[in-house]
Design a protein around this ligand. Structure first.
Ligand code: AP5
Length: 218
């Protein structure tokens, strides 16, 4: 059977990263998160990181050409050819979606499903303001749900400390939601027109949302 490829769409805080971890474990896909790649580049102080940081901190999108280049290279690697990709945070603009279509055709990556997580704004804001991440394993936690706090050691790996992302501050969250509506929300219609979209209500707790996603996939 041809490998499966999945795109996870949804506003900031919809739960893309959270569900990506589970989908990757259950379906054997390779996780490709442009947000994670960019944050690693910022932390490592590479040229890409230096260019991306200003946009990310301001809640703006990093220019298409930078992100498309990263994804094009990563998709061509053997593990994705063999196991399929779970794209989290890409595409985010119509230009990225069109570029992805071309790259996937070129690389003969087929069998694409697009899952859109729909979540209300007030739920998104609470999730984002409460999010804490592990500096070591990248684990995702929440102050309100998991009772964690900044600076404590990671409940999952025990190695890293939990920190708050610099774009999870109030002003940056508001700007990210505006950017999402303007630039990324049109992708829902783009993939619906192509008959590839599964829309999932993502407002509930993690388990019921995941069950809804996988029921649609299976
Ligand atoms: P990125 O890292 O992709 O951020 P995002 O899309 O804004 O998404 P988030 O990571 O904020 O949210 P998520 O949906 O993954 O939610 P999570 O699972 O963590 O991008 C960051 C920046 O990089 C962008 O702003 C941009 O500058 C740049 N960038 C990245 N890709 C780009 C691209 N393609 N083009 C241009 N620029 C790009 O969950 C959030 C919180 O909620 C967590 O605390 C979690 O524990 C909790 N939670 C999750 N699900 C539930 C649930 N069901 N119930 C209760 N709590 C939940």
């Amino acid at each position: 059977m041809a490998t499966r490829n999945i795109i996870l769409l949804g506003p900031p805080g919809a739960g893309k990263g959270t569900h990506a971890e589970r989908l990757v474990a259950d379906y054997g896909l390779v996780h490709l998160s442009t947000g994670n790649i960019l944050r690693e580049a910022v932390a490592a102080g590479t040229e890409l990181g230096t260019q991306a940081k200003t946009y990310m901190d301001a809640g703006q999108l990093v220019p298409d050409e930078l992100v498309i280049g990263i994804v094009r290279e990563r998709l061509a690697e053997d593990d994705i050819q063999q196991h399929g990709a779970l794209l989290d945070g890409f595409p985010r603009t119509l230009a990225q979606a069109e570029a992805l279509e071309g790259v996937m055709e070129q690389l003969k990556l087929t069998n694409l499903v697009v899952i859109n997580l729909s979540v209300r704004d007030e739920v998104l804001i609470r999730r984002l303001s409460g999010r804490r991440m592990c500096e070591s394993c990248g684990g995702i936690f929440n102050v309100y749900r998991d009772g964690v706090e900044t600076g404590q050691s990671c409940p999952s790996c025990g190695k890293g400390e939990l920190y708050q992302r610099s774009d999870d501050r109030e002003e940056a969250i508001a700007q990210r939601l505006v950017t999402y509506r303007e630039k990324s929300a049109p992708l829902i219609e783009y993939y619906a027109q192509r008959g590839l979209l599964i829309d999932v209500d993502g407002n509930d707790a993690e388990d019921p949302v995941y069950q809804r996603m996988t029921a649609n996939l299976d």
